[in-house]
Structures are given as structure tokens and as C-alpha cells.
Design a protein around this ligand. Structure first.
Ligand code: SAM
Ligand code: DTB
Ligand code: SF4
Length: 318
């Protein structure tokens, strides 16, 4: 993928104007952009695995893995390389092309990173693409991951700058941008998106999309998560986002980041198939695939295979 182009700059007002379009017009624009750059009937599948669950010191208000919230998620040891490879093989057998390893850390210590590097090497050995989401990276850590053969690093902006402080206080958005720069400079592909349905305004959703679209270059992969509300987290009980507004968010991501893989991410289990179909029409061309995200549920493989068959979707090999 060409990552050297300079994306057009999008103002928040321009993206708000996209959000305001009549739904059919927005879908038409998103689908038109999508067809200019991708096969409209192909969707890439990534499988997630939590390689280190729970006990996280951060205070992200949405997250069941933060030690300070009582969500029933226990602080577990890091998985063995053997367990990770077995899960990756299973994901590959089911048709996933990318394997994403997530850890509930503020950031990895060197001994953690050494073990993750063994996992990356082993999963690459299966012929899969790899992604890792390990929290903030210090100087030199992204280079080590690149050296090990990692393809993507996921680190989300999560929400608009103006709303960010309502959700997380233990790290700033600038911390996140610094990690993203390290990832980019190390030559890794950037996977960066956010969460909606956290009580933010439409303007905040537009501001998040603007921030992503104005990165130079914008991320190769953009996960759009709908908040999965977990009991015990501060955001449990937030008013649910109208799912058509979620579809609009996907469409705005597609229009403003035409070459990115836009991933319909967390929250899919709670979405009727019709809404998922609208997300694909709006330009989503990637999903998390497999019955679990990190700690919460995702549709069963059989259900997704049936949905693909029903919609005439084929797997995308990238
Ligand atoms: N600890 C690392 C970090 O925060 O960078 C990596 C794992 S963290 C769980 C990865 C991302 O998952 C978060 O940035 C957030 O966007 C998403 N996420 C976590 N909990 C979620 C939830 N309940 N609903 C939707 N997305 C969620
Ligand atoms: C992303 O944007 N969404 C994924 C992945 N990147 C790591 C994580 C979703 C987590 C949902 C809550 C859970 O399962 O714990
Ligand atoms: Fe920790 Fe990541 Fe969850 Fe935040 S999102 S509490 S950093 S695991």
C-alpha cells in the first residue's frame, strides 16, 4: 500500500457536514469512494487474542481490564508461546489472515517485549500477518517489533481531544501520538481508530475522524469500535448510540481515509445483521473474526460465515 501520499486536510466542519447528509447520500458517497479503491465485496478478517489479560494500571473508563474497576476480569499471567501459536493456527484454519495480540499493559517492559517477539516470530512462521497492541512504546521498542516481523501496531486515539479527559486520565492523547510516531518511524503499519457510543457528541465523532484523517499519512487500518458496555466500568449505563449513527461514522471514516482498511470492530455482537450489512455498504472492509475480542464476545465463526454467504462477501487476503 502506498503510505507516502499526503492526505487532504479535513476540517471538523467538513466532516460534520458529511454526518449531516441524508443517509442515502452519505452511503452513496462512501460506497463510491470504496469502489474506487477496493473490491466492494471483499472483507478482511483478523482474529484477536488477549495474550495478557487484566490487572491493567490505567483508568480507561470503557475497559474491563483496568485493575481499578470490578468487572470480574482477573489479572492473569502472560500466555505461553505454545498457546498463542495454537490459537493462531486455529484462526488461520478458520480463514483469518491476520492475528492480533493484545496485552493489558500501560506499556511493555523489556522482558515482556522479548516474549512478544517470540510470539510474533512463531505466528509469522504460520504465514499470517501479525498485529500487536501492547500500550505505549518507548524509544527503540517499535524497532524491535519491526525487526521481529510485526506488520501492524494498534494504538487507538479512542476519542476526540476535547472529550478525551472525560474517559482517560492516566495518559494523554499526546502520549498516544508519541507512540504512534514511534510506530510510524519504525516502518510498521499503523492501526489506529477509536470508540464511539461513550456519550460523545456528533461533533466529537467528527473531530476524532478528522484527527485520524489528518495524520500524515493517515493510518493503514482504522478500527471503529462501538462501546461494549461492561458492568463495573464507569461507562456502563451510558445511553446507547443509535446504530445508524455508528454506520454514519464508518462512512465518514471511509470517505476521509479512502485507502485505509476500515474495521467494523468491537460491538458487532450486539449489532443486527442489517446494521452490519450497512456498515459494509458504508465502506467497512475488515472485521474481528472469532468468538472473542479480548475479554468480551464477538459473533461465532459459523454465524459470520453465514453472514458472508448471505451478503455474497468474500475474504480479502490482505
Ligand atoms: N492496553 C493497550 C492499550 O490500551 O493501548 C492495548 C489493549 S486495549 C484493550 C485496545 C483498545 O481496545 C483500546 O484502545 C480501546 O479502543 C479498545 N477497547 C477496550 N475496551 C473496549 C470496550 N469496552 N468497547 C470498545 N472498545 C474497547
Ligand atoms: C481495537 O480497536 N479494538 C480491539 C483491538 N483494537 C485490540 C479491542 C476491542 C476490545 C473490546 C473489549 C474487550 O473484549 O475486552
Ligand atoms: Fe489498560 Fe488498554 Fe484497558 Fe486502558 S484500554 S485499561 S491501557 S488494557
Amino acid at each position: 500500500m502506498d503510505t507516502t501520499h499526503t492526505p487532504p486536510r479535513w476540517t471538523i466542519a467538513q466532516i460534520e457536514a458529511l454526518f449531516e447528509l441524508p443517509f442515502n447520500d452519505l452511503m452513496y458517497r462512501a460506497q463510491t469512494v470504496h469502489r474506487e479503491h477496493f473490491d466492494a465485496n471483499a472483507v478482511q478478517r483478523s482474529t484477536l487474542l488477549s495474550i495478557k489479560t487484566g490487572g491493567c494500571p490505567e483508568d480507561c473508563g470503557y475497559c474491563p481490564q483496568a485493575a481499578r474497576y470490578h468487572t470480574g476480569v482477573e489479572n492473569e499471567d502472560m500466555l505461553s508461546v505454545e498457546k498463542v501459536v495454537a490459537a493462531a493456527q486455529c484462526a488461520k484454519d478458520n480463514g483469518a489472515t491476520r492475528f492480533c495480540m493484545g496485552a493489558a499493559w500501560r506499556g511493555p517492559k523489556q522482558r515482556d517485549l522479548d516474549k512478544v517477539i517470540d510470539m510474533i516470530t512463531a505466528v509469522r512462521g504460520l504465514g499470517m500477518e501479525t498485529c500487536a497492541t501492547l500500550g505505549m512504546l518507548k524509544d527503540g521498542q517499535a524497532e524491535q517489533l519491526k525487526q521481529a516481523g510485526l506488520n501492524y501496531y494498534n494504538h487507538n486515539l479512542d476519542t476526540a481531544p476535547a472529550f478525551y479527559g472525560e474517559i482517560i486520565t492516566t495518559r494523554t492523547q499526546q502520549d498516544r501520538l508519541d507512540t504512534l510516531s514511534r510506530v510510524r518511524e519504525a516502518g510498521l503499519h499503523v492501526c489506529c481508530g477509536g470508540i464511539v457510543g461513550m456519550g460523545e457528541t456528533r461533533q466529537s465523532r467528527a473531530a476524532l475522524i478528522a484527527q485520524l484523517a489528518n495524520m500524515e499519512p493517515y493510518p493503514e487500518s482504522v478500527p471503529i469500535n462501538n462501546l461494549v458496555q461492561v458492568e463495573g466500568t464507569p461507562l456502563h449505563g451510558t445511553a446507547q448510540l443509535d446504530l445508524l449513527e455508528f454506520v454514519r461514522t464508518v462512512a465518514c471514516a471511509r470517505i476521509t481515509m479512502p485507502r485505509a482498511m476500515v474495521r467494523l470492530s468491537a460491538g458487532r455482537q450486539e449489532m443486527p445483521e442489517g446494521i452490519q450489512a450497512l456498515c459494509f455498504l458504508a465502506g467497512a472492509n475488515s472485521i474481528f473474526y472469532g468468538e472473542k475480542l479480548l475479554t468480551t464476545g464477538n459473533p461465532d465463526v459459523e454465524k459470520d460465515q453465514a453472514l458472508f454467504a448471505k451478503l455474497g462477501l468474500k475474504p480479502l487476503q490482505c
